[in-house]
Write a protein that binds this ligand. Structure first.
Ligand code: MN
Ligand code: MN
Length: 306
């Protein structure tokens, strides 16, 4: 049997890493014994917390894939966020909760649903296929849903995510509120990261119509702590803007306790933030109240106003 590479997006988050592991396991259970999880970048501290909690190894790093390799994409479908030579691969399946941003010349299995987390879809796939959800798999799924929905508080949260969290907490025997807060807080620890690394942690290349941009999101329990690095962050952002010829770089510093985001916006189209949110940037920054979801509260609003 040929090998199948299962992986999520670059700048991997907890959903991407755990979905790769969980999807590879589902494939194996269904007879695709050569399915294996990979990652496209470094593990962040939140995911490290989850893997340590479960005493699991991180998936192997994948630098490039061979031509015609079988791949399954989870938690992304945009080639920009995927492995560099994706165009030479044979995509077999996509399991995702983002808007469709790809095209192939051949048919494939695509399962996307507008839910808060890829793991919520995988939870359903396990049930549909009558595959047992073990304590470990339940813990992985639960961690990702908590992460993507910020403890079910993000506007991306659906009833299905809530239902999954309730059931998975029982299987995992985890008090999800207590565990979830510890896990999210572990992810806000920026010590030991260089400015360049912070700017890569959760960066996504997203174009607002023809405005070329990067939106990076950093979770924190204290916006003030992160804003103390504002000058260095701006210097790093300006460097990336120049290198990648970006029109705008948005850094969202998201307060996971109070559900707000401080945005730093740089680049020649930075004023688009003012138009989109009806706010004034002062010294390149402004607080966006109630904004926590890049997918639901940033991308569509910025695109609409571009
Ligand atoms: Mn993700
Ligand atoms: Mn996700």
């Amino acid at each position: 049997m040929e090998k199948t590479y299962v992986f999520g997006h670059k700048s991997p988050d907890t959903d991407t890493i755990t979905s790769s592991i969980v999807m590879a396991n589902l494939e194996q259970q269904l007879g695709n014994t050569e399915a294996k999880a990979y990652r496209l970048g470094n593990i962040n501290k939140e995911t490290e917390y989850v893997l340590n909690y479960l005493d699991l190894e991180a998936p192997e790093l994948l630098e490039k894939i061979d031509d015609n390799a079988n791949v399954i994409l989870v938690d992304h479908n945009s080639p920009k966020e995927s492995v560099d030579n994706l165009e030479n691969a044979k995509i077999q399946k996509i399991i995702d909760h983002h808007k469709i941003a790809f095209n192939t010349s051949y048919p494939l299995y695509v399962r996307t649903e507008p839910v808060g987390c890829t793991e919520t879809i995988l939870y359903k796939l396990y049930q549909e296929n009558n595959i047992e959800i073990t304590k470990e798999i339940a813990s992985l799924m639960l961690s990702a849903i908590i992460s993507d929905t910020l403890l079910l508080k993000s506007p991306t949260t659906t009833e299905e995510d809530k239902e999954a969290v309730e059931q998975l907490s029982k299987i995992a025997e985890i008090d999800y509120e207590e565990y979830g807060l510890d896990m999210l807080k572990a992810g806000t620890d920026l010590s030991g990261f260089t400015i360049d690394e912070i700017l890569q942690l959760d960066a996504k290349q997203i174009d607002f119509k023809d405005i070329k941009s990067i939106v990076n999101q950093v979770n924190t329990a204290s916006i003030d702590d992160v804003m103390q690095m504002k000058d260095q962050l701006e210097e790093g952002m300006n460097k990336i803007i120049e290198e990648q010829d970006l029109d705008i770089f948005m850094l969202l510093i998201t307060d996971i306790i109070n559900s707000n985001s401080q945005v730093i916006a740089l680049g020649k189209e930075a004023k688009l933030v003012e138009k989109a949110y009806n706010v004034k940037l002062e010294d390149n920054t402004v607080l966006l109240e109630g904004v926590v979801s890049r997918k639901k509260q940033v991308v569509p609003i910025m695109t609409e106003n571009a």
